[in-house]
Design a protein around this ligand. Structure first.
Ligand code: ATP
Length: 357
């Protein structure tokens, strides 16, 4: 029996986590799912995640998170930053029947790897006047000081060799695992190292050096603006794509969209010692929250990643196959995929397909 802590977040997170947990329970998977409290007091003021929830989430085999919104930023901050879930895995795969905006999406099957702990996030910002005082000699590439700027704000981007090496190895190991399943065995790194010649270049060259140790893999690098274009124009040429925090955050939304939309984009976030949490890429979607029409696919696919992670590979494969069946049948799809089904109806259809295998 594996223990799962489910934290729905808010908005559609509540509906999709509910549907996914009901599905996994009704399918008879060997899981003990608990839902400890997300906050001690009502309201939207920032409060820490309750201590008992932190204990349960640390001890669980995995955590399933729904979607963050204004009153649950405490949950996602704890999961991502305090637990240092530095390795983000965001698959973007097209299943026939999905509503991709591309004319020919067949064969899209890539994984974006997002470095979650460094780069531009979590925000380190301030007043330009303070930066000017602290670093009077700071110059841009044209040799200009901060004197030319008036009032304004700055943000700090951090890259470390250790952080870049760690995510590069993570990406390379995944590319190797995928190669064994028939994928090309390629790591594509995306930076802006032509402009940011210290920070992005450190990331670029560190990833390149690490991937070079894997003789069975190939490496390529694109500047991030070019990469964004390629994800749309040549998505089937991508295998494992790795990027710094903010770049990969943006690129993974593009990749998710070309596969079938935000409603179908899952993620896993890995920390040290095998700890991980899983969540849809989408947010709380206030425009459709409470209507019961959110697509549960992103969360169900996050559960596929979670089941693999906790060692339930057979259940993971069956769940993915069941979801693919529902898309191929196109009878129980939510409105974002061109159907009329509710979240619960789509969940029930996946359960039916799971049982019928
Ligand atoms: P937040 O501020 O919490 O991130 P948001 O509305 O700005 O919320 P998302 O929740 O990521 O951003 O979603 C953007 C839009 O995509 C939503 O408004 C919704 O219309 C659509 N969307 C997102 N997730 C789903 C889903 N699971 N099913 C259907 N539509 C979705």
């Amino acid at each position: 029996m594996k223990t799962i802590v489910a934290l729905p977040g808010e908005g559609i997170g509540i509906e999709v986590v509910d549907a996914a947990c009901e599905l996994m329970t009704a399918a008879g998977m060997p899981l003990k799912i608990t839902t400890p409290p997300q906050r001690e007091s009502a309201g939207t003021a920032p409060v820490p995640l309750p201590a008992e929830t932190q204990r349960a989430a640390r001890a669980a085999d995995a955590v399933l998170f729904g979607a963050a919104g204004p009153s649950t930023t405490n949950v996602v901050s704890w999961l991502r930053w305090e637990m240092e879930a530095w390795g983000g895995v965001r698959p973007a795969k097209f299943y026939p029947g999905m509503r991709s905006p591309l004319a020919d999406p067949a064969g899209i099957d890539m994984v974006l790897i997002r470095e979650n702990s460094e780069g531009m996030y979590p925000g380190r910002e301030g007043d330009i006047a303070d930066l000017r005082k602290a670093m009077p000699d700071l110059r841009d590439r044209l040799g200009r000081s901060l004197e030319k700027y008036g009032e304004g704000r700055f943000a700090v981007k951090l890259v470390t060799k250790l952080g870049a090496e760690r995510i590069a190895r993570f990406a390379a190991e995944l590319a190797r695992k995928r190669k064994a399943q028939g994928h090309p065995g390629k790591v594509t790194c995306c930076t802006k190292s032509n402009v940011l010649r210290q920070s992005d270049a450190l990331f670029h060259h560190t990833v390149e050096a690490v991937v070079a140790e894997y003789k069975d893999l190939t490496f390529e690098h694109f500047h991030v603006d070019d990469a964004a274009r390629r994800l749309i124009r040549f998505p089937t040429q991508m295998d494992v794509v790795v990027g710094m925090n903010q770049y990969a955050d943006i690129l993974s939304d593009i990749a998710g969209e070309v596969a079938g939309g935000l409603g179908v984009a899952p993620s896993g976030n890995h920390g040290d010692d095998g700890w991980a949490y899983f969540e849809s890429v989408h947010g709380s979607a206030p425009d459709i929250a409470g209507k019961g029409i959110a697509n549960p696919t992103a969360t169900i696919l996050s559960c596929v990643l979670m089941l693999e992670h906790v060692g339930l590979a057979t259940e993971a494969q069956r769940l993915e196959a069941a979801l693919a069946r529902v898309y191929a049948d196109a009878k129980a799809l939510t409105p974002d995929q061109g159907g009329t089904a509710t979240t619960k109806q789509m969940g029930a259809a996946v359960l039916g397909a799971y049982r019928n295998q």
